[in-house]
Design a protein around this ligand. Structure first.
Ligand SMILES: Nc1ncnc2c1ncn2[C@@H]1O[C@H](COP(=O)(O)OP(=O)(O)OP(=O)(O)O)[C@@H](O)[C@H]1O
Ligand SMILES: [Mg+2]
Length: 247
């Protein structure tokens, strides 16, 4: 079980407010995307939720308990994840489990194959492209034991086709693993395709301007990307983001 609740969260850097009065929640098993323009404060919000930094005011609750500044209760993959250069891909993938004390090498190998990285398990990070490294850190977070996973633009370094493949892959894994996912993107289509709910962050300082419940049935496949209904969602969200510009 996991229920995340963000209440009245604000964050300033040197007196300049970046986030103001942010309120939202993520229910057990939900896939929620945070959509906002570049520089709106999405990664800052994740650093607060992941316990890497503290909000200036407000609270983050996980299952009713305040977790401000606590690392480890939520699986957090930063925007530019670092793999340990001296560890092989397999050992990097196993890192999240190692910290929790249960290595499952077979599962890790299986995930490496499913991420299209077969044959790279004994390679070192410097031998991989940027997109491949992103996939490694992504499966590392999926294999860690926490029930809520924060993913900060995990597919931003991928080309359009690889991105859609990875989105489909993520949905199939998510179906199997039943985790809650809070996902950052500034890609409107990606947010619609993946999410149960989309939270729009906008304004300077940023706050939640709107929430949308995305009604497409699951399992979803890429056919919906070309449907009239999908296009309407794209328009609706685009209009919303345009109306509350980030300046
Ligand atoms: N440690 C810091 N010190 C000072 N300012 C910071 C710090 N971290 C972030 N900021 C500022 O906060 C604002 C939001 O940054 P953030 O990285 O959260 O944006 P973002 O929405 O994740 O952008 P992107 O989509 O480009 O990743 C920016 O103006 C940035 O300069
Ligand atoms: Mg960011």
């Amino acid at each position: 079980m996991s229920h995340l609740e963000i209440r009245q969260l604000s964050k300033s850097f040197e007196g300049k407010e970046v986030l103001t009065d942010v309120n939202f929640s993520v229910d057990d098993g939900e896939f929620v995307s945070l959509l906002g323009p570049s520089g709106s404060g999405k990664s800052t919000l994740f650093q607060n939720i992941g316990g890497i930094s503290l909000p200036s005011s407000g609270s983050i609750y996980l299952n009713g308990a305040e977790i401000n500044g606590n690392r480890g209760s939520i699986s957090y993959t930063p925007q530019s994840p670092s793999l340990m250069p001296w560890r092989t891909i397999l050992d990097n993938v196993l890192l999240g489990q190692e910290i929790a004390g249960n290595r499952d090498k077979d599962k890790a190998l299986q995930m490496i194959v499913r991420a299209g990285l077969k044959g790279y398990e004994n390679a070192y990070p410097h031998e991989l492209s940027g997109g491949m490294k992103q996939r490694v850190s992504f499966i590392r977070s999926l294999l860690s034991p926490q029930e809520l996973i924060l993913l900060d633009e995990p597919f931003s370094a991928l080309d359009e086709f690889t991105r859609i493949d990875m989105q489909k892959w993520l949905l199939s894994i998510w179906d199997e693993y039943k985790r809650s996912i809070l996902f950052i993107t500034h890609h409107i289509e990606e947010a619609i395709f993946l999410s149960d709910r989309i939270i729009i962050l906008s304004g300077k300082p940023a706050t939640v301007s709107k929430e949308f419940v995305i009604p497409f049935a699951r399992p979803r496949n890429e056919d919906i990307l070309l449907s009239e209904e999908f296009l309407q969602w794209k328009k609706r969200i685009y209009e919303e983001m345009k109306e509350s510009p980030n300046s």
